[in-house]
Every structure is written in C-alpha cells, then in structure tokens.
Design a protein around this ligand. Sequence first.
Ligand code: UD1
Ligand code: UDP
Length: 637
Amino acid sequence: MSTIKMLTVAGARPQFVKVAVVSRYLRQNPGAHRIEEVLVHTGQHYDEMMSDVFFKELEIQPPRYSLDVGSGSPGQQLAKMMERLEGVIKEENPDVTLVYGDTNSTIAAALVSTHHNIPVVHVEAGERIYRRRDVPEEINRILTDHIASLNLTSTRRAGEYLQREGMADRRVRFVGDTMYELFVWARDNIDRLSNVTPASFGVEPGHYHIATIHRAENTKTQETLLQILNALDRADEPVVLPIHPRIANLIKKWDYAPTQNLKLIEPLGYLDFIRMLLDCSRVITDSGGVTRESFFARKPCIVPMDNSWWTEIAESGWAICVGTDPNRITNALNAFTPKNEYPENLFGDGHSAMHIVDEVTNFVEYHQKHVHWHKHGSYVDLPRSEETDFTYANYRKLITTLKDSGYTFAHFSDSKELLAKGTPYVLMRHDIDLDLDKAAAMARVEAELGIVSTYFFMVRNDFYNIFSKDGTTAINEVLKLGHRIGLHFDCAAYPDNFSTEEYAEACARESNMLADWFGQPVEIVSYHRPNEKVLSGDLNLSAPLPHTYEPHFTKEIAYCSDSMGKWRYGSPIDRDAFAEKKPLHILVHPIWWHEQPIAGYPALLRLVDGKAKQLEHDLAANCVVFRVGDRAEMKDS
Ligand code: UD1
Ligand code: UDP
C-alpha cells in the first residue's frame, strides 16, 4: 500500500502541543500506519518560550518548512502565511492537509490547501462560542470546519454544533482531545519530566493559583486588562501568571507592576506549566487549552469571560465564567469550589492520536475521490437538477383542461351513482402526509378554479398536528373553501399483525376524532404506508366507511397518482381514460406542488428547514430558557 503524504501545518503554542501527540504516535508506531508527515511551522509564534521549547521538550520533529511569518495585523499575517504555504503545497503535493484548532495558521492552511484541491482534515473542529466581535478564533474555526472534508472533534457537543450547521454526518468524527492524551502522559511522568517546583517561584503546593491571560477580548483595552490583573493581585493567595507575549508587550508599555499577590513570570514550557498546574489550588484562565488542562487536573477553573468554548466543563460545575468584573474574579479565586461529581470521559478515551491517524487513513483511502458537499451527506443525495412540471400554473392548466373536456369534480360518496350515469367526473384526492400549510395553499388554488376536492388528514402524524392552533386553522380554511375531509390512516402507526376488525375499530376511532374536532362528516379513509392487507382491497377494513383502495376506486375508475413528485402512470390527460372521457381518480400530494418549479428532494429539504425554524419559534414562545439563549446570541454577534 502506498504512503499517504500528510502536510501538518501549525504555528502557535497550542498547536505545537497538539502536533506533539500525533507526531509522537506516528513515530512510535511505524508499523501501524502508512502516513508520512511533513511538518510546516508558519512562524506565527516564534519566541523561544512560545515555540522552540515545545519542539525540544515534547520531541517534535523539526519542521521541514519554517515560514517565519512573524507577527502583524491579521491581514498581513494571513497574507504572508498563505503566500508561503502555497509554495510548500506546490512543492510537496500532499494527499491531505491536517490542521489544528482555530488560529490564523489554521484557516490560512485550510484555505490554501483547498484552493489547490488538497483535502483538509480539521482536528478540534466544531467548537463554538457564538460570539464574533473580538473573537477571531470563532470565525477561523467556523470557516475551517466548512472548508474541511473531515472534521475530527474533541467533544461530542462539537459534533452537535456541526450537525446544526448542516454538516453531513460522514464529515464529522469524534476522536477525543489530543490535549487530554498529552496531559495524561505528562501528569504520570511529571516528576521525571519537569525541572521546577512551586518553590522555584516562591509559592507552596496547594497555596497558590495559576493564571494565564491572552485572549483578544481581554487585552483589547488597558482598562479591561488592568482590571483583570488587579483582581488577581488582590487574591488571598499568590497568583502565578506566566505572561503571554501579547500582554508582556502591553505591560511593558504601560509600566504596570503588581503590588500584592500577583507574580508575573516568563512563559513556561509545557511540562513546567503542567507541574505548576498540578500543584495549584485554582486556575484562572481565558485559554481554551488551559481550561481543559485545569479540568483534566481536577482543579476549579475560573474563566474571566462571559462564556467560553468549553461549555461541558462549565456545565459540569468545574469551571465558572465570571466575565471581567474584578470583584467576581477575586471572590471566585478565593472561594470557587465545584459542587458536582467530576464527569469522566468528556474528552474521549485518551487515544486521540490513534483515532486521528485511523480517520485520516480511512478518509484518504475511501473518500478522497468522492468528496461531495451536501447537507445530508451520501452521494446519492446530491442535489440534482431535475425537471419538474409540478407548479400551480400547471395544476391550473390540468384542472382547466379537465373542466373544458366536460369533467365535473365530485365527492367520493357520489362516485358509484355517477359511474352508473356514465358522465365524466374526477375524484380529486389529496393525501396530506407532511404539511398542512401546503394543503391550505392547494385548497386556495382549487377554490379559485371553482372545484372541490377531498383532503385526507392524519390524526397520528409526526410532521403536523391537526389539533394545534396552526393545524386547526389550516384545515378549517380548507373546509371553508368548500372541500371535504377524509381520514388518512397510517398503517405503520399500528401493529403489523392487526386484524381486519382491529383496523376497522382504529379507523372508526380516528375518523370520529377528526369529525368531532372539525364538526364535519368524514366520508372515506385513505391509507398511508399501506401494507399487503390494505393493498388487497378488503372492503371491511374501514367499515362502515369506504376506503380508497377498494376495487371501485382503483379498478373501476382510472387511478392516477403524483407520488414521489412524479406522475406514476403518466399525466391524467395522457391516459386512455381521459381520451375516452371515463372517470378519473387523481391523487395529488400538495407537498410536491409549488408556485415555482422545485424538485422533490429540495422541496423536502425546504420542509425540514421550515420545521426547524418553526420549532425554534415555538420553543421561544413557550420556554423562557430558549428565549434567553436566543437573545444573548443576538446581542453579541
Ligand atoms: C494566537 C491565536 C489564539 C491562541 C493564541 C495562543 C489567532 C488569531 N490567535 O493569539 O487563538 O489562543 O495564539 O497563544 O491566531 N508575540 C510575540 N512573540 C511570539 C508570538 C507573539 O511577541 O512568539 C506577540 C506579538 O506582539 C503579537 C502578539 O504577541 O502581535 C499576538 O500574537 P498572535 O499570534 O497574533 O496572537 P495571539 O494572541 O498569540
Ligand atoms: N502553556 C505553556 N506555558 C505557559 C502557558 C501555557 O506551555 O506558560 C500551554 C498550556 O499548557 C496549553 C497551551 O499552552 O497546553 C495553551 O496555549 P494557549 O493558552 O497559548 O492557547 P489556547 O489554548 O488558548 O488557544
């Protein structure tokens, strides 16, 4: 089997930590995979303690390419990265590009790779904070997720977010968190691996807090950052803060120096940082990585943000988001204690690297040639350009043609009498399986043309509710326009081995409910998802009511149906029965008919979208919890 060339692109501190896990697995298990990793360092982070230290102590292979982009405005940084990455991609022509997280290096690599037809696999995909202002990572991650052919998630919830954004299931796999895997290794070997102890920084185990602050929203103004730093300074016990260069530069400019319990130190290497984390009392951090490491170390974590990505940790009670209010920060630092049991396994089984390698390999083997971008996923579901003539305009034409040819529109109860008379008539039937609004829309079209039909509604239905306010309104409108109602009976809602008598009893119960609720007689039954028994045409199935599978309605009269969005036996006016002016039984499902032509599959997708929107609207109207969440999102985005 041939080698898979995987270009790994990283550039910032949190990415080196994640790269270390996968690179180590590849190196230590040469027989278990066939991936050749080509590592590219963009140079987004470049200080010794932001970059080299991780390569050394985590034994990451030296990058084959160092792009040295350095710092700059987002535009400058991204432009430099993309230009230089383009050269690498042309040179290497990899099978796949692997990117991590949400930094500028992530999105730059994803974008350039995809423009060169190199599929992207995104590790730590799908996390969302649902804020964009001052959170460049949110947009970086969203875009990378949607560019990536395969999204590998650290949490189950990330998969749910992606699903909510319409991502096909097969583009998402849960692999667990690389940082968890690395943490477990570091924790178990820390005495051997780390060179420091709390005493190195003048603090005692269990009697200090560890802090990291660097996020754009917290460093944007002098007021915000100083407010946070002063709150840390006032804590009861020492707070050790290894300073990220972003704030080191600012503190220097402002000539800031703490006066009480805050100890500013140089950034630490990963292993020394973990040592300090393991011995601390509490953690305060706006770092996504450190929030998780704090959780892995079972330390209470205080997040100086309104909300953070790692909602599962906050929900478990092991982290608390306190915003930037100084009193809340200090109080939490002095007292915050998780009340809940520690939840296990939120971040996977600790074998994320193995899962990543397996997923990348499977992806390259099976999917590279067939990547299709579609909401519901499988290849056969690709949006097709299908011709359809199921428009209201064509429906009007059909009805007009029938009328002009001498057909009248009759009720099912009059059919036998009319058949005996030999005059041409149509039994127009609408089985309503999915959508009451479409039924009302078709009823209006028919009323304009002065015809009457029978609308068959379901009492037991997963897609609509005839007793809801909107459902009842829609059906009342159909009735007001002069149409009649029948019962559409779902056979699959009852046991397979139902006897004829049991069917008749259930039909009677459902049709009585329908008739009572709408104050109209129910004349006849049609069957949804009919089984063999129903198709046999047994006259007693719905007794005393007739049903539409009786031989009179299917054999004595020519039966036409638009099922699945197409005329099953040809258009009614192409049928011999029409040429011979014989009666017609026409089944039209309003769901397939529209003002503008739209094929069956996209019409159903539209239904799905509409129902999702309706559900959100109804939830907001019914449940304050949902309304609050909705408002928060509106305010911040
Ligand atoms: C970046 C990521 C952020 C991640 C963080 C991890 C983006 C948009 N942000 O933020 O998601 O959480 O890394 O640490 O990609 N600097 C140095 N030396 C360095 C690196 C940076 O002095 O080695 C200084 C520069 O003044 C630079 C500033 O830090 O302008 C910010 O660096 P940058 O990489 O732009 O963003 P981070 O805040 O590090
Ligand atoms: N980290 C470190 N030294 C420090 C502070 C943090 O090695 O002085 C590590 C930390 O253990 C974690 C990673 O840096 O593994 C997190 O990176 P960062 O906070 O810069 O970024 P984020 O996770 O917020 O994207």
